[in-house]
Design a protein around this ligand. Structure first.
Ligand code: FAD
Length: 367
């Protein structure tokens, strides 16, 4: 019997499986696909590799969580820094999101002039900078004591950013700027959507500020495709089972049984990193089903429509573009497309002179 069975090899599942293995626990990681990484994976078709969803890696720098996990495991991933981390194409305007504040700001201010621009973007930069200097906050819900203690760990953060946490992002931005051109509004809205995964009206200003600031942090291109990152991440996990979908889980007094199509596996504890709104279907246990039922209303059905393609070209491209359209694309939740190109030198992904491209747009999963 394993100590832990982890279901799903997304960044959450792979990281926890690797960290527990490094602590000496007996861990089994189940993944239904043949490749690891979930929404941050890559898959192969013929001579080409395509990133499935995520194409930029953030958080790999001092004080950020991704770097902390890799450092703890003693792994150095094969990355190249990408700057500008994204180039925004909006009608006749091109705005590269450089990491350097002044370099970014010059073009931003020329493209979307406003008297309050400097004050606004300096505030965004400051919130981001101050936030990443905080540490010691964590969330645990093993019992009431752990929950309360972890909630208290957020107190300094809450007091510091209370003003922004309690303000609706759309209202705050409207009040801050007074009047705002429609195009500038679209720029801000589209930039926030790809990080916060929600429109300004649905989030607080603190979340929006961190979303707008993500390009001031280091962003990376993953050489060889995202799944190579996960192959490295779980290299210390002894038992990784690909093409193994967990179909149901039964709870017993001191252990769990996990059923694939052909096998039954026993584990003392289960960690679910399967898609959250599907996880309830794995159980027949009334308590667990009730838990998922209670949280069903939080599902906003947000999803992505993906397009994978290859081009042959001698031209040079940036790694990532956001293309903002005047109006929402039909049957989607956005008026912006995110388009990512493989690196010219990344011949593991596409032969020389070719690019592998992943394009995405937000959609409603019920559609
Ligand atoms: C189109 C798109 C673009 C994105 N771009 C970026 C980006 O550029 N940068 C960034 O940082 N983030 C990006 N994200 C977000 C990022 O990809 C996700 O936040 C992250 O991958 C989620 O990881 P996770 O561990 O929560 O789970 P997931 O990635 O959802 O992984 C869940 C895993 O569980 C597996 N699974 C599900 N059910 C079962 C089962 N019953 N049995 C076994 N396995 C199962 C799935 O196959 C999957 O591998 C993007 C997301 C999308 C969709």
């Amino acid at each position: 019997m394993s100590d832990f069975a982890v279901v799903g090899s997304g960044i959450g599942g792979s990281a926890i499986a690797a960290l527990l293995s490094a602590k000496g626990y007996d861990v089994v990681l189940f993944e239904k696909e043949s490749y690891l990484g979930g929404c941050s994976s890559s898959f192969q078709r013929g001579d080409y590799t395509y990133n499935t969803g995520a194409t930029t890696l953030a958080g790999y720098e001092e004080g950020h969580i991704v770097k902390e996990v890799f450092d703890t495991l003693g792994i150095v991933p094969n990355l190249i820094e990408t700057d500008p981390s994204i180039v925004v194409l909006h009608g006749d305007k091109t705005t590269p999101r450089y990491r350097d504040f002044e370099r970014f700001f010059d073009t931003l201010d020329a493209n979307y002039p406003h008297a309050k621009n400097r004050a606004f973007w300096e505030l965004i930069h400051k919130i981001n900078d101050e936030f990443y200097r905080f540490d010691g906050h964590y969330y645990a819900n093993a019992n009431l004591f752990a929950k309360t203690k972890s909630l208290f760990s957020f107190a300094p953060l809450f007091w510091k950013f209370k003003k922004y946490l309690l303000a609706n992002a759309q209202t705050f931005i409207e009040d801050f700027f007074g009047t705002l051109e429609q195009q500038y509004r679209q720029f801000l809205e589209s930039q926030v959507l790809i990080v916060a995964q929600a429109p300004l009206r649905e989030i607080n200003f603190f979340t929006a500020a961190l979303a707008l600031a993500y390009t001031f942090n280091k962003n990376y291109y993953v050489m060889g495709g995202f799944s190579t990152l996960f192959d490295t991440l779980v290299s210390g996990v002894k038992n990784v089972r690909r093409c193994s979908e967990i179909r149901s889980i039964t709870r017993h007094e001191n252990h769990f049984e996990l059923f694939t199509k052909t096998q039954i596996h026993s584990a003392k504890k289960v960690i679910l990193n399967s898609t959250v709104y599907d996880s309830g279907k794995l159980f027949h246990d009334g308590d667990v089903l009730g838990y998922y039922k209670k949280h069903e209303k939080l599902d906003n059905h947000q999803s992505s429509f993906m397009l994978y393609m290859t081009i042959k070209s001698e031209k040079s491209f940036h790694h990532h573009y956001q293309i903002i359209h005047d109006a929402p694309f039909p049957h989607t939740l956005s008026q912006a497309l995110f388009v990512s190109f493989s690196d010219k030198e990344d011949i593991q992904i596409a032969p020389k002179g070719h690019y592998s491209i992943t394009a995405s747009i937000h959609t409603d999963s019920r559609f």
